[in-house]
Design a protein. Sequence first.
Length: 423
Amino acid sequence: MEDLEQALTPLLSDPTERRAAFRERSSAYDFVKIHPADVDEYRSDGWEDHRDLKKRKIMKRSKRLPKMLEDRVWCLMYNMGYPVLNGRAFNIHFTRHDKSRGKKQIDVFAKDDETVVVVECKTRTSRGRSDLTNFLHETQNLQKDLANSIRSHFSQDFNPKILWIYVTENIIWSEADLTRAEAANVRIITENELQYFEAYISHVGTAGRHQFLAEFLQGQEIPELAGVKVAATKGSFGKQKFYAFTTSARHLLKIAFVNHQALNHPDSRPAYQRMISKSRLKKISEFIGGGGYFPTNILVNFTETCRFEPIEGQVYGAEGTRFGWLYLPSKYKSAWIIDGQHRLFGFTNLDDDALDAPLFVIAFEQMDSQKEADLFITINHEQKSVPKGLLVALQADLKFGSSDPREGLSALSSALVRSLSLD
């Protein structure tokens, strides 16, 4: 390619540029600065008065649906923390196999060190069917050339996982187009999934990128996690295998997936998890940031058979519990979180070093999805909470005389309440 610097243009890699673009794209309006003499012409085209300047006038108009959808997707990528994003009128220049040159306009482009997201947005003014055959054929035919151009632009050694995505609004996909999209390795996000990801990212911030990638890269290897092993205990509850071990939040986040009800997952697995609570997540982050930790296990379900190397002669218990080395899964979406999503994602709003803190994990192996849901219900509904009276008693006994004045006063109050209740 003659000019690699112009293969992908314009790109925004400077944080200041991206912030400015986000401010413009996150608005529901387009703005234009005009001469006062042109006001009537603009009003007739749907523009409204916004602000008067000395010699100019600023008009505004609600963004048209195609642009609004494009900007929503761009803002989603920005909020997920992608460090490289496209500017307006973005094109990928490429070279065909016959050495001829071409270019392709791309609605949204996002890149980090491991992945690239290439998005096309399609809309209808009213809900109905739309023939996407030609668009899908064009995408499929250009994928190889575009991928070569992307890799060449950044580095010959850059070999990212490229996600080809169609985001649609008001379009009912036909079965034929769904089949074509699958054949072309094109992922689909409708208005329902887009709304889910927007809500999810607004709660967990940039760490939500893990959930996004898990959804669309399911089963693909994460090279830097290959061969990671931890000391573990292997046992079983009846026929159900489990592993008990510790690992870092950094590792678990990359392979984790939470099956939220709002996602309405197409494979019909029971969706039992509620959306993450932003306020609860904040409290947990503050607790961890203040030196707190959770001695309870995060429960997960590994979706594939695990490699376990037992230590010879180390067998304990009636169920044949063994000690050894467990090789953790190294694929996207290979650890479904049954219980503990807030504890896990509570690390995401902390400094990077906090991600290396150890987490206690119990992992089941290929548990049936219905059993996953049943276990979640058992944990969150059938188990009784600790009586408040006991908590008051513990507060009085454990923190009485604390060097921390707030703890000492709280313990004294608890002791007085307990004394009054018994007298």
